[in-house]
Design a protein around this ligand. Structure first.
Ligand code: SAH
Length: 221
């Protein structure tokens, strides 16, 4: 399949830089790291959107992927990835595989990604897509993710790509000391805040509010 139009990719990277700058007062981040931006440039987003949307794949906005779900806005994927502070070899849990785009961005940074998706049709489509793209170090399962993935815990980092009313309690337990959890918290269709939660080395917890966001709802148990 054809790669992205270089102009479209360049415009996307400019849009991400502009959003980073515009939100720096809230996020505290005036730039994203070269490794994260490199992963965004390397992962072919056109492969993760419905065929009819390939021309919009490099627009900096979410797109529908069917079943009422969306592939997140590239800036938000980049920001969440940055906040996870991925190091090669990190074991990462994702709730909400969706298209598998965020999954592959994390794997591109050298993480081993364990991703759960509750909608079987999306999970199957993502599995086929990732196999076709030859993605390695990704482990997908069709499951309700509210209880995390206990048999694979603990994780260096956990990302939730749907908005929850509260932090699923199991996720904090499944984080290693020093581990990072990124989760949008708030009402479906209402006010949501992206939270960064860190489990300290002594098992304590720190919480930061990062940015107002709009995500599809996490199905709670
Ligand atoms: N990260 C995805 C974005 C997916 S949108 C991407 O890059 O494409 C959020 C996804 O979370 C949807 O596919 C939705 O079905 C899934 N989801 C919602 N609640 C869930 C739950 N409790 N467990 C697992 N997946 C869930």
């Amino acid at each position: 399949m054809a790669g992205p139009d270089p102009g479209a990719l360049k415009r996307l990277m400019t849009a991400i830089a502009e959003d980073t700058y515009r939100t720096a007062g809230e996020t505290g981040l005036s730039e994203l790291s070269p490794s994260v931006l490199g992963a965004i440039m390397d992962v072919p987003r056109q492969e993760f959107v419905p065929d009819g949307d390939a021309a919009s794949a490099f627009d900096n906005r979410p797109l529908p992927i069917g079943h009422g779900q969306t592939i997140s806005q590239p800036f938000v994927v980049a920001l969440m990835t940055e906040l996870l502070d991925i190091r090669p070899g990190d074991k990462v849990l994702e709730l909400g595989t969706g298209s598998g785009y965020q999954t592959v961005v994390l794997a591109a940074l050298g993480a081993s990604v364990y991703s759960l998706e509750i909608i079987p049709q999306l999970a199957d489509a993502a599995a086929k897509r990732l196999a076709r793209l030859g993605a390695s170090n990704v482990h997908l399962q069709t499951a309700q993710g509210w209880d995390g993935w206990p048999s694979q815990a603990p994780f260096d980092a956990i990302i939730v790509t749907a908005a929850a009313g509260r932090v699923p309690p199991a996720l904090f337990r499944q984080l290693k000391p020093g581990g990072r959890l990124i989760v949008p918290i708030g009402e479906p269709g209402g006010h949501q805040v992206l939270m960064r939660i860190v489990k300290t080395e002594d098992g304590g917890i720190t919480e930061e509010r990062i940015l107002s966001v709009a995500f599809v709802p996490l199905v709670e148990d």
